[in-house]
Design a protein around this ligand. Structure first.
Ligand code: AN7
Length: 372
């Protein structure tokens, strides 16, 4: 293998469903930084080690690239000429980019008016056919399943098991960085594929077959080598207006300004419950206001700019730290699923406006003097 990092399939090929002749479609995704928080822990409570896996630093700016490199690789291997997905934004950005890379067509269904601008620009720029439906993500999810069963379209939502196979590699990277699995892993939950994929990865790394894996049917082919001594407790956070796991029922009209997780009928429902139960974990919910406070805090105090759906991880963590849910001295890893640049509207709305000033030294110095 060359020294140059060539993406997660090449790095973890012995633990993924590929062969030497599989045509790998990659943008060198993965290998994202695990950043330890320096300033926030003192403020949000507890003597814990809190680290953020910043998935916003993937090629299209979200964790979706991990799943998409696998899904598109397998689609191309099977001879597919077109892929389709429903998306709250990030999946469509990743699908469009990897389809472009592979030289195949992509079709993306996005909900009416509820997708962050950065994500829309990506799907458009990479040449996807963007279909804005008069419905929400859950409507889109149902439609792409129908369409892909009757047309030559490869479905690349996380119901496609290859997506979770790619996404499980985040656990391998965390274990490599820490030397073992963390005590807790906290992350947002929308369609619930990612929490299921984390659990598959952590389980395989610990040499344990898990109930989250819909690829191996309980007969896991990728159990070796064992690289961790334990599995973390999994904690999933949902927006209060889109929280089927908190209500223990599907939600028909999900609402949240964290549009990425505006999902009421998660397709990985059973897998995510398995992850929660097997890990002795829990779900919790946050309001939109709590999400925005956490997003701003992380940006201002730590220099990390993630999108609202990702900031719910910090919002939920703050809540659960207050409720004393973590034993002192815990190592807690947070997945920050997407980059803040995805949704510039929300960032600008909640920040101080630029100060308009004459292009003169004294006028500018005046403003600065007041702020120093
Ligand atoms: C930033 O793009 O579902 O629980 O269609 O974009 O695995 O769904 C996005 C989901 C969290 C939730 N954070 O992950 C889509 C889509 C961000 C996201 C989630 C999404 P899942």
């Amino acid at each position: 293998m060359s020294k140059h990092y060539e993406g997660l399939i090449n790095k973890y090929r012995t633990r993924l469903p590929v062969t030497a002749s599989t045509p790998v479609v990659t943008l060198n995704e993965g290998n994202t930084p695990l950043i330890e928080l320096m300033n926030l822990p003192a403020q949000i409570g507890g003597n814990h080690r809190i680290l953020c896996k910043f998935e916003g630093l993937n090629p299209t700016g979200s964790f979706k690239d991990r799943g998409m490199t696998m899904a598109v690789t397998k689609a191309v291997e099977s001879g597919a000429k077109a892929i389709i997905c429903a998306s709250t934004g990030n999946t469509s950005a990743a699908a469009a980019a990897y389809a472009a890379r592979a030289g195949i067509k992509s079709f993306v269904l996005i909900p009416d008016g509820k997708i962050a601008l950065g994500k829309l620009s990506q799907a458009m720029m990479h040449g996807a056919t963007v279909l804005q439906i008069k419905g929400n993500f859950d409507d889109g999810m149902r439609l792409v399943q129908e369409l892909s069963s009757s047309m030559p379209l490869n479905l690349v939502n996380s119901i496609n098991p290859y997506r979770l196979q790619g996404q499980k590699t985040i656990a391998f990277e965390v274990i490599e960085a820490l030397g073992d699995a963390p005590d807790f892993h906290v992350l947002p939950v929308g369609n619930a594929g990612n929490i299921s994929a984390h659990w598959i990865g952590y389980s395989e790394a610990a040499g344990v077959t898990c109930g989250s894996c819909n690829h191996c049917g309980g007969n896991c082919a990728y159990l070796s080598p064992k690289v961790s001594s334990k599995r973390p407790v999994m904690v999933g956070y949902q927006a209060s207006g889109a929280a089927p796991f908190l209500r223990n029922a599907m939600v028909d009209s999900p609402e949240t300004l964290a549009t990425a997780i505006r999902i009421g009928h998660p397709v990985s429902w059973k897998l995510a419950w398995a992850a929660q139960k097997e890990s002795n974990g829990w779900f919790n919910e946050c309001t939109d206001d709590e999400i925005l406070v956490a997003q701003k805090l992380l940006a201002e105090r730590e220099g990390i700019f993630c999108e609202p759906a990702s900031a719910i991880t910090i919002a939920g963590l703050m809540k659960d730290l207050k409720a004393d849910k973590f034993p002192t001295g815990s190592t807690i890893v947070c997945t920050l699923t997407g980059h803040g640049l995805k949704d510039p509207d929300i960032a600008i709305k909640q920040s101080a406006a630029p100060i308009v000033v004459q292009a003169e030294r004294d006028a500018i110095a005046d403003v600065i003097a007041k702020k120093l």
